[in-house]
Every structure is written in C-alpha cells, then in structure tokens.
Design a protein around this ligand. Structure first.
Ligand code: FPP
Length: 247
C-alpha cells in the first residue's frame, strides 16, 4: 500500500499510539452482540498495522485492555482473552515474516497462563525484527506503571546504588515498560471520547492528539490518512518557540 501523495514522507510520525474505542457501540448499533465489535476491531487493527508499516511508521502501540476493563461482564473479558490468544496463534507466523517486532506492556502476570505463554513466545520470536514495532497494552494502566517505576527506583536508592538526588527523568523512564522506545508522536482515539484513560501518561507529554467520531471497527486506512493529514498540519514545538527548535 503506497503512501497517499498528499502526505509528506518527511513528516510521517515515527510512533502512533491508538485507543481503540467504540467496538461495543459499533456492534450494538448493528443489533450485534458486543463481542462482534471486538472481533471486527481486531481485523481493523491488523489492516492498520500493515498500512502503518507500508507508510513508513516505525512503531504502533495499541491499548487493548486496561486495568479497569476487568470490571466488564465476565463473558466479555473471557472473550477478549481468548481473542488475544487466538490472534497470536493464528497471526504470529505472518507478522514475523513481515518483520513485525511484537511487544506487550502491562501487568501480564494477571493474564491466563496459556495467554502468557503465547505472549512470551511472540516477543522472543520477533525481538530482532525491524519493519515495525507493534506494542499491545494489556492489563495496562499508566499510574500503576509509573508507581512500579518509582518502587524500582526507590529500591536502587535503598540499596545504595544511586542517591536520591541522582534520580532524574531519564532514570524513571528507564523503569517504565516502554524503556528504550521513543515516545508516541501521535495519539488517535476513536468513537468521540476525548480522554487519555490512564494510557501512556508519562510518554505522551508532547504527543499530538487526534480524536475522531468514527467507531474503531470502521477506522480504515482512509481514516488513518485523514489523521495523518491533520498531524502534518500541526506545529510541534515541544514547549519551545519555533526559531529555537529549527536553529
Ligand atoms: C474498546 O471498545 C475496545 C476494547 C476494550 C478492546 C479492544 C480490543 C481489540 C480491538 C482486539 C484487538 C486484538 C489484539 C490482539 C490487540 P469498547 O468495548 O469500550 O466500546 P464501547 O465504548 O462502544 O463500549
């Protein structure tokens, strides 16, 4: 899939984060059960991953399941866990062949053991792939991630490996799940909600945000194209003034 000609290849975001919202409403609006929306949402994600790779985007991070999502009806939680596992089993070989590096972030220890096994396997198998870095956030919450990092840094201080005065942003960052991954340039959230919902709060300090009314299952490559057009019109200053940045 080639880059649409009205997009500037020099200004393609390196890393896109996605909050895939509206699966349930997409299904309900068609008289289908909510899980049908998740199934269709997974197809959308697969198509977008390939599109991102083709358009030169180097990283895609998708919010698949938050720490709060356990409060959904048990049948829906079960369905999602099975869906993740089934997709990994079914799609891993092809993703690997296409050069996708797969990572998972979040507290994976609470997931069903058979899913944990597939996750481990997918991460080790694809660790050296370079085409695109695909990160899936499962049982992820940003506050809990930052708290965990604080705990780890506090242990370093307690062990005398660093002093409290030496704790800096870099050290905290190194203890996040996303250590060594550049921050997202663009966040896309579908379905009209305009919140971060505890997703990558530290990492998105300077991320451009794009919100659309489209429900996630309908977010196709044309919708991504529109998001990128909007992104390319933005003036990213990272808190500086323009002259300083370009100097
Ligand atoms: C939010 O829509 C969506 C989810 C909580 C699940 C997202 C999961 C997928 C798209 C499957 C992707 C698969 C992999 C392997 C990552 P919602 O249910 O909150 O929708 P609603 O707001 O309309 O109820």
């Amino acid at each position: 899939m080639t880059l649409p000609p009205d997009l500037d290849p020099q200004k393609i975001p390196q890393h896109i984060a996605m909050i895939m919202d509206g699966n349930g409403r997409w299904a309900t609006s068609r008289g289908l059960p909510r899980i049908a929306g998740h199934r269709q949402g997974a197809k959308t994600l697969k198509q977008l991953l390939r599109c991102c790779k083709d358009w030169g985007i180097k990283a895609l991070t998708a919010y698949a399941f938050s720490t709060e999502n356990w409060q959904r009806p048990i049948e829906e939680v079960d369905f999602l866990m099975h869906l993740f596992e089934r997709l990994l089993r079914r799609e891993l070989a092809q993703m690997h062949q296409e050069g996708v590096r797969i990572s998972f972030i979040g507290d994976l220890s609470a997931l069903p053991p058979s899913l944990q096994t597939e996750i481990e396997h997918s991460m080790t198998e694809t660790v050296n792939n370079q085409a695109i870095h695909f990160t899936i956030a499962v049982n992820y919450g940003s506050r809990s991630e930052i708290t965990r990092a604080c705990r780890q840094v506090a242990e370093l201080v307690a062990q005398g490996q660093i002093s409290a005065g030496e704790v800096n942003e870099n050290i905290v960052e190194q203890h996040l799940y996303t250590a060594d991954t550049p921050a997202p340039d663009l966040l896309i959230r579908t379905s009209g909600e305009m919140r971060l919902s505890n997703f990558l709060l530290w990492q998105m300090a300077y991320t451009e945000m794009y919100f659309t009314e489209i429900f996630w299952p309908d977010f196709d490559t044309e919708a991504l194209h529109q998001a990128l057009l909007s992104y390319q019109k933005r003036d990213r200053r990272f808190g500086q003034v323009k002259t300083l940045l370009s100097a």
